[in-house]
Write a protein that binds this ligand. Sequence first.
Ligand SMILES: [Fe+2]
Length: 363
Amino acid sequence: MKTLFKMDMKNYADSDTRIRRPSARAVIRVADGRLALVYSRKHQYYKFPGGGIRDDEDHAEALAREVREETGLRIRRDSIREYGSVLRLQKSGRQEDTVFEQENFYYTCSAETAAGRQNLNAYEKESGFELQYVHAREAAAMNKACKVQDDFDLVMSARDTATLEIVSGLTPEPSVSMAEFLLKTAVKTNPGPWEQHSRYAAESAGRIAERCPGLDPERAYIYGLLHDIGRKFGISGLAHVYDGYHYLMELGYANAARIALTHSFNLKDIRDYIGKFDINESEQEEIRAFLAEIEYNDYDFLIQLCDAIAKADGIVSLEERMNDVKSRYGYYPQKKWDRNIWLKKYFEEKMQEELYQVVGAGV
Ligand SMILES: [Fe+2]
């Protein structure tokens, strides 16, 4: 089965005990394009019907049983087709030194129209599981707005949210809660001023996007939070760009991954990078090829600009931040400096407002 994405939180040790729980999940389309989904009244999110595969079951059996229990629907066995798999790997929320490893196998199928009675276990009853027919896009949006989850449930619902987006033909985007969780988890492995820097970049990106037609402030905020996520893997130079890109790509968040890469190159030139070139030649080539292939969009520009006005202790002027970088690294390429000034003008024209007013820079 093809892999859709890999929700590997990388928040555990290799020596931790692994609990493996493969599961089968159903993508059931009904006539008008809606999906048959399970809604949790308690947690207010949608999930695909399905669950754990027992030792004595094959996937189709498990799929039919779980769908029947959670929704009362009978699926048509001959309609079952592979859709894709998602591996979820995460530190257990319930046991010490344990990793929860769940291979989720998604299948498309159809069901008999009349639903029978559900047969819920204690947890499902308590969660208030009910069958609802909803468009995938709508369900994904609802899931993202839902805030009241613990970390374990958050990642579980993020898995189905991303799958819902893929089903509706969209590129998965993390929710604000998921982005917060990723940053919080990353900072645990490598604490540092980059956390506050990322938060200031996010805040200013959100404020600027609010004033620019066509830009989504929430997406801008999320990209700001995640642009330096590669720092999760240690104190690094160019490696943070490369690692951040691959980490987010693997999670399925391709748009956020792109920002983790483009934010460092406002002139699309890897040679302008200020800091250590701590990745090998073929990795550098990968970055060069990626940059050569894409046209920058307003989100790329926006995070480049916000990265250049966000320090760890606040939002400052471009000159202050660039001089700060210059004093730490000994240089700042003039062309890169001028490009930042161009970015400021670019967004001021769009906003019809002065940048430092909008972001509340201390200048
Ligand atoms: Fe960065």
